[in-house]
Design a binder for this molecule. Structure first.
Ligand code: HEM
Ligand code: HEM
Length: 457
């Protein structure tokens, strides 16, 4: 029974297919939210489609569903591959998949009915928090057992990143989601903000970032057929990420009355965060130096290279906007939404998609169905995202300047109209890209040429 759950790499493939589906679902909900900001009456106040519900579905589905599932699927493939061993238990991998997917699926279902814990990025109901933590714990067991039974002595840095992600995420999710308080998933007062935003930055920083970086470290040396420039730098990048990222959540609530020492720690460590960012970029850039042709000529390479470029912008922007002086203008407006999109889609999403196109043929033993479609998808998503960044940053600056001058919200809204229309229109490019990606994944699995008959790097 359930023989398919024993097939090698089947759980990894399940995560990858799910991630591609969530990319489509999540971005469509982004469009619903964007339409609402252009024309609040458009959906005639259908409860399931009001902004407060679609936004939560959009955000959680793209984060945990699209980027999260894809990166987990990729790690479940490359970790055992780097250890020269099959994953300890394929069936346990399926169990992780089931728990993770139940949580992601609960978003569109429960949020559209108005049932949510109402804290951004921690909206899932308690029972689905439990499911997510179980996914993480089963993954820890599977990865640790795979490492213990490995045939390769060297623990390449991608293995560090992927395994460590799960070692720290279970506990941080439990804390940030206040899971010991099932009815609300919250604490009273300002303390809640601190716990909330502790998870608010562990989610992008210590769940998505390490898995995304792990993919880049796996793919770039393979595409360039060059050993990694420096293993020492790679380990330095890992530890600086752990040290500086784990307590910078406070930079989301600089405007709140939390203790000054906590604001100080979050600002100082946010500045230092530029270190792990630059270390990863320099190490990978030195690896591909002189071989840019291979990177940019490869369907996956382009995504990874541009993903690292977005990482550079995100890191520089992030460090600056952690300063209270800068936040006077950039907080409470679309500037942050712009940062969020280049961070989650541009950095971690691009690396996930790049990893997908590199690793899918290795898992399925089939050649990509269409490299041309990968190019088209790249163009569409790149146009949409670059447009998002420009439009949202300008809209944010208009808002920030207005708040600074004491302007009232309703007088600023008309000035934002054009930007909100543009954002909705640009979003269509990303949505088409998501559809094309899903189509290419399905067709590769069904109709891709068997890999043994073609050359594959
Ligand atoms: C996979 C691609 C995408 C990712 C990873 C993504 C990610 C996010 C994230 C993290 C936020 C929260 C931002 C914040 O609170 O600062 C957000 C908000 C939002 N996104 Fe996306 N998004 C994607 C695609 C789209 C698309 C295609 C659209 C529109 C068609 C869109 C429209 C929106 C809107 C309207 C919001 C709410 C902004 C607000 O509260 O003012 N997103 N998205
Ligand atoms: C590397 C250094 C980084 C620093 C110093 C940094 C800093 C910040 C700061 C200060 C904010 C809050 C802005 C405000 O509310 O005014 C923020 C928001 C955000 N950042 Fe970053 N960031 C960094 C990297 C990243 C990365 C790599 C990701 C994603 C993988 C990311 C995802 C986000 C998201 C989604 C938000 C929006 C949160 C919300 O809904 O308000 N950031 N970042």
């Amino acid at each position: 029974m359930l023989a398919f759950t024993r097939k090698p790499n089947s759980a990894a493939l399940a995560f990858i297919i799910a991630g591609s589906v969530w990319f489509v679902v999540g971005t469509i909900y982004g469009l619903f939210s964007a339409i609402h900001l252009v024309s609040p009456e458009f959906f005639d106040n259908i409860p399931a489609l009001v902004f407060g519900r679609t936004r939560a579905i959009h955000v959680n589905t793209v984060l945990y569903g699209f980027v999260g599932s894809l990166l987990i699927g990729l790690g479940m493939y490359y970790t055992p591959a780097l250890l020269k061993r099959r994953i300890w238990s394929e069936q346990l991998g399926w169990l992780s998949f089931m728990f993770w997917t139940v949580t992601v699926l609960s978003g569109p279902i429960t949020f559209s009915m108005g049932m949510s814990q109402g804290r951004e990025y921690t909206e899932y109901l308690w029972i689905f928090d439990v499911s997510l933590v179980l996914a993480v714990l089963t993954m820890v067991v599977n990865m640790v057992m795979t490492i213990l039974r490995r045939k390769e002595n060297l623990l390449y840095v991608s293995v560090w990143y992927f395994t460590a992600t799960f070692l720290w995420v279970g506990g941080s999710y439990f804390l940030g989601n206040v899971m010991w308080n099932p009815s609300t998933g919250a604490l009273p007062g300002i303390l809640d903000s601190i716990f909330h935003w502790f998870w608010g930055h562990v989610l992008p920083g210590l769940l998505l970032t390490p898995m995304a970086v792990g993919v880049a470290y796996f793919v770039i040396p393979r595409i360039t057929r060059t050993p990694l420039y420096s293993h020492t730098l790679s380990i330095l990048g890992f530890w600086t990420l752990v040290v500086f990222y784990s307590h910078i959540g406070g930079h989301h609530i600089v405007q709140a009355p939390m203790p000054n020492w906590l604001k100080m720690i979050s600002a100082v460590d946010s500045m230092f965060m530029f270190l792990p960012v630059i270390i990863v970029i320099v190490n990978l850039w030195m690896t591909w130096r002189g071989k840019g042709g291979r990177i940019f000529g490869d369907p996956a390479g382009k995504w990874i290279a541009l993903g690292l470029f977005w990482y550079l912008i995100v890191g520089a922007q992030g460090s600056l906007q952690s300063l209270p002086e800068m936040q006077v203008i950039t907080h409470f407006n679309n500037w942050t939404v712009g940062h969020a999109h280049i961070a989650i889609l541009g950095f971690s999403g691009f690396l996930a998609i790049g990893g997908l196109w590199h690793i899918l043929p290795m898992i399925t033993r089939r050649q990509l169905y269409s490299k041309k479609l990968v190019e088209v998808q790249f163009g569409l998503v790149m146009i949409g995202l670059t447009g998002f960044f420009i439009v949202l940053t300008i809209a944010g600056l208009i808002q920030g300047e207005s708040w600074y001058n004491g302007e009232v919200i309703y007088r600023v809204l008309p000035e934002l109209d054009a930007y909100m229309v543009l954002r909705a229109a640009l979003g269509m490019f990303i949505i088409f890209g998501a559809f094309i990606g899903l189509y290419n994944v399905i067709m590769t699995i069904k109709k891709g040429k068997p890999i043994d008959s073609v050359e594959h790097n």
